[in-house]
Design a protein around this ligand. Structure first.
Ligand code: OFO
Length: 173
């Protein structure tokens, strides 16, 4: 049985993960429009990952006998000043999500839900990777976007290679 306080926090997190998916899908559309297909692909993969993050919470709430309450997904931004600007927003957003995950761990500890603490570890580790990926691309963009259009072209080509892997599924699932 799931404690009501953590059940509410899980439902808020499902909404936040779907909102993240929307944000990156919107960025993907913007990059496509800006004729940067590699960046659009990278954001589309990010969108797919966020969906799986939401679904992993969804499965867990059900598995623990909780009630999933899907909430409306708020509107997202539709354009950015530059690729650098989009990645600044990405990093800032991922830092917020990390804070939300840490808050969930705090609630799990407060309500003595040890299973949740264990479950949430996957997200704690995932957020390290999410922030590192966004930060590394942002640092590269800050160096090249204005000064080296050729390097931008190469980076766009490189990002075209990113493919989606559902990291939330263990072989048993
Ligand atoms: Fe779900 O990790 Fe990004 O937001």
């Amino acid at each position: 049985m799931l404690d009501k306080k953590i059940e509410k926090a899980y439902n808020d997190q499902i909404n936040a993960e779907f909102w993240s998916a929307y944000l990156y899908l919107s960025m993907s559309a913007w990059f496509q429009k800006e004729n940067m297909p590699g960046f659009a692909n990278w954001m589309y993969v990010q969108y797919q990952e966020e969906n799986t993050h939401a679904q992993k919470f969804f499965r867990y709430v059900n598995e623990r006998g909780g009630t999933v309450v899907l909430q409306p997904i708020a509107k997202v931004q539709t354009s950015w000043k530059s690729a650098t600007d989009a990645f600044k927003d990405t990093l800032e957003h991922e830092r917020k999500v990390t804070a939300m995950i840490n808050n969930l761990v705090d609630i799990a500890k407060e309500v003595k839900d040890h299973a949740s603490v264990s479950f949430l570890n996957w997200y704690v580790d995932e957020q390290v990777e999410e922030e590192a990926n966004a930060e590394s691309l942002l640092q590269t963009l800050e160096k090249i976007e204005k000064k080296a259009p050729g390097a931008m072209y190469m980076l766009d080509k490189e990002l075209q290679a990113r493919t989606f892997v559902d990291a939330t599924l263990t072989p048993a699932e």
